[in-house]
Design a protein around this ligand. Structure first.
Ligand code: FES
Ligand code: FES
Length: 165
């Protein structure tokens, strides 16, 4: 058995430790918001956060997540009744087209703003470069990210809990 913490809850799964985290998340835990795209660390659709950093779950063995905090798109919103600010901005800017890449995009964007609340255009481009969108919604995603950054959501949150300067 392998025990991993996903979205704040410890779950035990009966898998080989080398099993890609993506398949544990989707098949064992039924958290299907995280998508399989290429399986080769090329597209970013499988992006989840490991201790707040974006990773490609298709090439990450589940053993690498033991003792760490995994966050998937299902755990991004602060509660069942409240969307994450980026999810709200995604809706406001009508970002998704087919939607397939979007959970990975959001996990990368959220990790970026958590680490850097006021990113420059270049920093946004660099942070999001590994997430491919076949529908080409890059402009709207960037606008949505900048909306949340300019609203200083992350600065305010940091000030409130005193965890960041
Ligand atoms: S499915 Fe993981 S990067 Fe494409
Ligand atoms: S919205 Fe269709 S691939 Fe990104």
């Amino acid at each position: 058995m392998v025990a991993i913490n996903v979205n704040g809850t410890t779950r035990e799964v009966d898998v080989d430790p080398s099993t890609p985290l993506l398949w544990v998340i989707r098949e064992q835990l039924s958290l299907t918001g995280t998508k399989f795209g290429c399986g080769m660390a090329q597209c970013g659709s499988c992006t989840v956060q490991l201790n707040g950093r974006p990773i490609r779950s298709c090439v990450t063995p589940v053993s690498a997540a033991v003792g760490q905090q995994v966050t998937t798109i299902e755990g991004l919103a602060p509660s069942d009744s409240e969307l994450h600010p980026l999810q709200q901005a995604w809706i406001a800017h009508q970002v998704p087209q087919c939607g397939y890449c979007q959970s990975g995009q959001l996990m990368s964007a959220a990790a970026l703003l958590e680490a850097n609340p006021n990113p420059s255009d270049d920093e946004i481009d660099k942070a999001m470069a590994g997430n491919i969108c076949r529908c080409g919604m890059y402009g709207r995603m960037k606008a949505a990210i900048k909306t949340v950054a300019s609203a200083s959501y992350y600065d305010a949150a940091a000030t409130a809990d005193g965890s960041k300067a």
